[in-house]
Structure formats: C-alpha cells, structure tokens
Design a protein around this ligand. Structure first.
Ligand SMILES: NC(=O)c1ccc[n+]([C@@H]2O[C@H](COP(=O)([O-])OP(=O)(O)OC[C@H]3O[C@@H](n4cnc5c(N)ncnc54)[C@H](OP(=O)(O)O)[C@@H]3O)[C@@H](O)[C@H]2O)c1
Length: 282
C-alpha cells in the first residue's frame, strides 16, 4: 500500500494551492496514509488544512513526529513530547494523531522513561492512537525489541534494504506496523554528478556501485513496487511535490509486486556490492 510522504509538501517553492492539489490527488487516488513532521517546513499546516475539508480526516491514517522544536523547551524531554503533541494537534487541525513517531533520536534517548511516560499519557488521553519510532540501525532495533512502539518507520529502497531481513522481519513477527521512508531513494539515480546533500549522495554512490539497470521498468516504478510490497511493510511513503510523479507512483503500485526476476537481480546486486557501512540512512 502506498502512503504520501509529506516532506516535500512543506517546501517554500510550493504554493498552498499546489499543496492542496497534491493532497487532493492522493485522496482521490485512494491514498489513506499521510506522514509529516514539524521539521518539514509548512507540511503539517498544509496537510491539516487540506484534510480539514469535509470528512477527509476520518478516512486517513495521519502520522507525525516529534521530540524537538517547542520554543523554550529542551528537546528530547517529557515536556517537549507533551507540548509537541498539543502543538501538532493544532497545526494538523485534528483531535487525535493516529501515529506519533519519535523523530530519529538515538538509543540513549529512546531509553528515557520520561518520554515514554508522556507518550503513554497522551495515548490514554486520546491525543495519539499509537506511539512509534522513525529511525535506523541501533535505534530501530531497540525500538522494535522494546515492545513500546506499535509502528516503526525506516528507509527501504533498492539502495537501503539492510533492515528488511532484520528489524522489519522482527517488527512483522511482533505485529508492529512498518512505514517505509525514502521509498524512491530520493531519486538519487537521476543525478549525473554526486549531489550535495549527504543523504542523497550516499544513495547516488550506492547506485553507482550497484550499477543496476531497472529496465524494462523506470527507476520510480521499480522502487515503488520494491518497497510497497516488501515483506513486513505496511505502507511505503512516496515523497513528491509533483502531482504527475504522485500519479505515476500510484499507477506503478497498482501493477503489484515486482517480478521474481527483478527481485532476484536486485538482491544479487546488493549481496555482491553492499559493504558493512551501507547502513540505514536516517
Ligand atoms: N527521518 C525521518 O523520519 C524521515 C526521513 C526521510 C523521509 N521521511 C518520510 O518519508 C517520506 C519519503 O521520503 P523522501 O521524501 O525523503 O524521499 P523519496 O520519497 O525517496 O524521494 C523523494 C524525491 O523523489 C522525487 N521523485 C518522486 N517521484 C519521482 C519521479 N517519478 N521521477 C523523478 N523524481 C521523483 C521527488 O521530487 P519531486 O518533488 O520532483 O517529485 C523528491 O525529490 C518523506 O516525505 C517523509 O514523510 C522520514
């Protein structure tokens, strides 16, 4: 199942009307999972406004994140969780957030009881339905094993698949929902030269090393079908500010899982070229 990754929705180059059109297209095409965060510019506000029309909000699963970003309150404390959830409810124009994810903190932070206490309090108060963790590697493994989270979010794409056989398999066995992020590998394949952003550059370098040819599919179609149907994935988030790209991703997902041949070639390329430092990209 595809979800809408609302990271790009907050970009300054997008108008509010374009943001509305993106969310409208996602809803019209049957997308029911939306993922945002306070660090994505105007994303939460735009998503909240777009979902406030009619009965839209009640038809979707709305995920946001926190642990930081409340003025005057220290990051990664119980207070910032409590106040951050209240602030998110306001920006999202809703009474309840379906999934509230700790946004990529480390294991030491994950171990803090004050944070879990506030998550549980918010859950009991009906302000959040499920607490989750978005992150990679040690933090992801800790979050899955802890039994404290109902959802985890992690990177899953042809250049970042190390979690599939570890944390995602464990999450599946434990009945924990998994949101796949960076589904399109940040479209790293499209750059001729190494991109400046370090996360995209990491994927670009891995793409060069794998030298994988997606034909007869396009890279977006291959990546969408890989993540959306990976075992254990509940929903794969596609980030885009472009209505045509969103529609193409939805079309690709409707073609179902990748053929066995493509899956085998992808796995073989990874097994041949991936090195120990090809860890999950936060
Ligand atoms: N730490 C975290 O919690 C974390 C980190 C990363 C992501 N996330 C979540 O996961 C979501 C998805 O990840 P993401 O947005 O980082 O990356 P992504 O979905 O892997 O890739 C997004 C990029 O792909 C491009 N793209 C999409 N469709 C395309 C197409 N058909 N052809 C060419 N380019 C295309 C988009 O550009 P256009 O706008 O031009 O389409 C955008 O630049 C985020 O929006 C966010 O919700 C969470």
């Amino acid at each position: 199942m595809l979800g809408f990754g609302a990271g790009p929705l907050g970009a300054g180059r997008l108008t509010d009307a374009e943001a509305d059109a993106l969310v409208g297209t996602a809803l019209d095409r049957g997308v029911t999972v939306f993922d945002t965060a306070p660090s994505y510019g105007a994303s939460e506000e735009r998503l909240g406004r777009a979902l406030s029309h009619g009965a839209r909000r009640s038809t979707v699963v709305l995920a946001t994140k926190g642990g930081y970003g409340v003025p005057g309150t220290a990051d990664w404390t119980g207070d910032v969780i409590r106040l951050g959830i209240d602030a998110a409810l306001g920006r999202l124009q809703t009474d309840v957030v379906d999934v509230f994810l700790l946004h990529s903190c480390d294991v030491r932070t994950l171990e803090r009881d004050d944070i879990h206490h506030e998550l549980e309090r918010a859950r009991r108060a009906g302000k959040i339905r499920v607490a989750g963790y978005s992150g990679e590697n040690d933090g992801l493994a800790w979050a899955v094993a802890s039994g404290r989270f109902g959802v985890v979010e992690c990177s899953i794409n042809p250049f970042d698949r190390g979690s599939l056989l570890t944390a995602v398999a464990d999450a599946r066995a434990a009945g924990i929902g998994v949101l796949a992020k960076r589904t399109l590998a940040n479209a790293a394949w499209q750059f001729e030269n190494a991109p400046g952003a370090s996360d995209v550059r990491t994927y670009w370098q891995r793409a060069k090393a794998l030298a994988f040819d997606p034909a007869p599919l396009s890279w977006p179609a291959l990546a969408v079908r890989f993540a959306a149907f990976a075992e254990g994935v509940s929903s794969a988030l596609v980030g885009t500010a472009n209505v045509a790209h969103l529609a193409a991703a939805i079309d690709a997902a409707s073609d179902g899982p990748l053929e066995d041949d493509a899956l085998t070639r992808l796995r073989d390329a990874w097994n041949m070229h991936a090195t120990a430092d090809w860890r999950g990209v936060i």
